[in-house]
Ligand binder design. Structure first.
Ligand code: NAD
Ligand code: TYD
Length: 360
């Protein structure tokens, strides 16, 4: 069986990927994660005792550590999920985004190049460096503009998007200059189990269940494309197995929706699953001050990955959202345990100056 070095595998998408990879016997996994606020070791609790899984706490910007891990475990692929990933945090304190997303990715590329250069010709041929990126690197679309394609020019608007764009450019340069066998995927907004409730969907589910306000930035008409995380994980594995070296692929869910529509759908599902006799969840919706520089619309054209690799998302938004809400309803201990003091501090920091208080 192959071995993958996964970075950032204790976060949302990485956890889902690792759980699937072990269940489906895709590969043995070495998981390197710094364990920032966004990580949650409980996500991977079921892998305890699995000999094909090993966790290492550390930073992708630590070159000595990466060098040692590569020498020791001789991975067949590196999948770089590790990142600071929340736009609002990048607006309040961008520095960590530069450190992890730019410097960290650079460090990983440098170590990978040195490792790859000393592999046997056979191993060198099959080795891959897969970088997980975002559709946000392309910037914001006008209402009638066509969806992002892989050749859409980069136009990042937030410090988060700029740091991811920067890392994508470094990956591209390492392929072009040194021949490092890289791949890049740019996906839309993921949703599903194990997502930290600073992002729209889990935040709304958890606030609604706690009877708190549902804070909509601006007019609620900003549009995102929503990708069910398990569809995303399957796409990543397919790209890793079948893509030609140097390719980039956009991955989306074919679900372009205004934020207010997403939140209204969450409320409708909760009204069915956990009805309240005295109110409808939608009565908690509250419009608040907008995010600075808020991108208006993202949309992803996935025709390249469909054409080249035959991938299409399987989940539709209604079924994916119901599964997601059901997961949060069934995992109340997980929710309680992540709502620590630091989480409450973030909620205060992000929402208090927007004229509503969501803290307890
Ligand atoms: P996340 O914030 O849930 O998890 C990130 C993980 O990376 C955490 O476990 C954290 O501890 C780890 N990490 C952070 N800095 C690190 C460092 N310096 N060294 C090692 N580990 C570090 O993120 P996610 O939502 O799972 O996103 C994974 C990747 O997918 C990111 O690269 C993100 O930019 C990209 N992406 C995410 C989405 C989305 O909707 N969640 C959409 C597009 C792209
Ligand atoms: P988010 O989940 O932070 O992802 P991203 O900014 O990377 O797309 O936000 C998704 C959308 O939801 C985005 O347009 C901002 C909006 N939003 C709110 O309206 N209220 C909130 O409390 C949050 C967290 C996001």
């Amino acid at each position: 069986m192959q071995t993958f070095l996964v970075t950032g595998g204790v976060g949302f998408i990485g956890s889902n990927f690792i759980l699937k990879a072990r269940k489906q016997k895709w590969a043995n996994i070495i998981n390197l994660d710094k364990l920032t606020y966004a990580s949650n070791p409980h996500n991977l609790a079921e892998l305890q005792g699995d000999n094909g899984y090993k966790f290492v706490q550390g930073d992708i910007a630590d070159s000595r550590l990466i060098q040692d891990l590569l020498a020791k475990h001789q991975p067949d692929a590196i999948i770089n999920f590790a990142a600071e990933s929340h736009v609002d945090r990048s607006i309040i304190s961008p520095e960590n985004f530069i450190q992890t997303n730019v410097v960290g990715t650079f460090n990983l590329l440098e170590a990978s190049k040195n490792y790859w250069n000393q592999l046997s010709p056979q191993q060198g041929k099959t080795f891959r460096f897969l970088h997980i990126s975002t559709d946000e690197v392309y910037g914001s679309l006008e209402p009638s503009a066509s969806a992002f394609r892989e050749d859409t020019p980069y136009n990042p608007n937030s410090p988060y998007a700029a740091s991811k764009a920067s890392s994508d450019h470094l990956v591209r340069a390492y392929q072009h200059t040194y021949g490092l066998p890289t791949l890049t995927t740019n996906c839309s907004n993921n949703y599903g189990s194990y997502q930290f409730p600073e992002k729209l969907i889990p935040l709304m589910i958890i606030n609604a269940l706690n009877g708190k306000q549902l804070p909509i930035y601006g007019d609620g008409q900003n549009i995102r494309d929503w990708l069910y995380v398990e569809d995303h994980c399957e796409a990543i594995y397919l790209v890793l197995q079948q893509s030609e070296i140097g390719q980039t692929y956009n991955i989306g869910g074919n679900n372009e929706l205004a934020n207010i529509t997403v939140v209204e759908q969450i409320c409708t599902i909760l009204d069915e699953l956990v009805p309240k006799s005295n109110f409808k969840y939608s009565s908690l919706i509250t419009y608040i001050k907008d995010r600075p520089g808020h991108d208006r619309r993202y949309a992803v054209d996935c025709s390249k990955i469909k054409h080249d690799l035959g991938w299409e998302p399987k989940e539709n938004f209604a079924s994916g959202l119901t599964k997601t809400i059901q997961w949060y309803l069934n995992n109340t201990a997980w929710i309680e345990q992540i709502q620590s003091g630091t989480y409450q501090n973030w909620i205060r920091q992000n929402y208090e100056n927007r004229k509503i208080s969501l803290s307890t």
